[in-house]
Design a protein around this ligand. Structure first.
Ligand code: ATR
Length: 275
């Protein structure tokens, strides 16, 4: 078996946790492979992607700022990537064809259903805060899991409306002022905004209308326990932190490149958090 290579393309890419994540799995499963940081500025993306096959890469992950712009350099994209409007994982075939997909929705729903197994997609409305790139993956996953109503709250309502255009009338765009009513009978609250992230303003919402049985999932993972999750935990809601989405989104890529479906374990989680 020849040495298999994968990596992450970004600009900058030094803060990515993906090398720690995939490196842990390579070691755990004793695979002759490597996962590299590949700093690529936007103007070099096409060239960098075009050279991957001859350099022995089985595929790559994409991160900021390449996730939305890579499509034009690929031979094909999956329905997930097309609907989410971004590519985070590329598989390269034996004859050098690049196929782009998006595993962020898979990562989100896997993390949620593993950490909150009692939550049911069809049990009631879900509230999602934010309408950026991360929200597109979350909404895609929720709709595909069978959620009938996603109340999508965003500061800029036009961005929320764009997600209704993409995913249909199950996604209901709402302004921030409607949050109290929206939380009232929700089964799940998801934060996809950057609020609450280290060096960003806090996400300041009153959780009192939210039923105690609802799940609260913050996809922010720096810090791991955001003020939102701390407040939700204090009032007895089941909470799901953001690191699980990162760990699970990596599974399909690793499986495709290295041929082993890797496990998400507490030891992996600790390793990536310490990286
Ligand atoms: P990502 O790709 O990580 O989702 P993004 O596309 O920049 O990042 O989206 C950031 C999200 O956080 C958006 O929903 C943004 O709201 P707007 O669409 O109105 O910009 C939200 N956000 C960021 N800062 C915010 C703030 N101070 N108040 C409210 N929402 C904020």
């Amino acid at each position: 078996m020849k040495h298999v290579k994968a990596g992450v393309l970004g600009w900058p890419v030094d803060h990515s946790r993906s090398p720690a994540l995939h490196g842990y799995w390579l070691k755990t499963y004793g695979i002759d492979g490597s996962y590299l940081r590949l700093p690529v500025p936007p103007e070099s993306l096409g060239q960098a992607l075009g050279e991957l096959h001859e350099k022995g890469f089985a595929g790559v992950n994409l991160t900021v700022p390449h996730k939305e712009t890579a499509v034009s350099f690929l031979h094909g994209v999956t329905a997930e990537a097309r609907q989410i409007g971004a590519v985070n994982t590329i598989f390269i075939s034996a004859d050098g064809k690049l196929l782009g997909t998006n595993t962020d929705g898979y990562g989100f729903i896997s993390s949620l259903t593993t950490s909150a197994p009692a939550w049911r997609p069809d049990a009631g409305p879900v509230v999602v805060l934010g309408a950026g790139g991360a929200s597109r993956a979350v909404c895609f996953a929720l709709i595909n899991a069978g959620v009938r109503e996603v109340r999508l709250i965003n500061r800029t309502v036009a961005r929320a409306e764009a997600l209704t255009m993409a995913f249909g009338p199950r996604v209901i765009p709402l302004p921030w002022e409607k949050i109290r009513d929206a939380l009232n009978d929700a089964t799940l609250l998801v934060n996809t905004t950057t609020l609450g992230m280290q060096s960003q303003p806090p996400l300041d919402i009153d959780l009192s209308p939210l039923p105690p049985s609802a799940v609260v999932n913050d996809i922010v993972y720096v810090p791991l326990e955001t003020p939102l999750l701390a407040a939700a935990r204090r009032r007895g809601n089941t909470v799901v932190d953001g690191i699980g989405m990162l760990l699970y989104q990596a599974q399909p890529g690793f499986a495709g490149w290295f041929g082993i479906r890797p496990e998400v374990t507490p030891a992996l989680r600790a390793h990536v958090l310490a990286a």
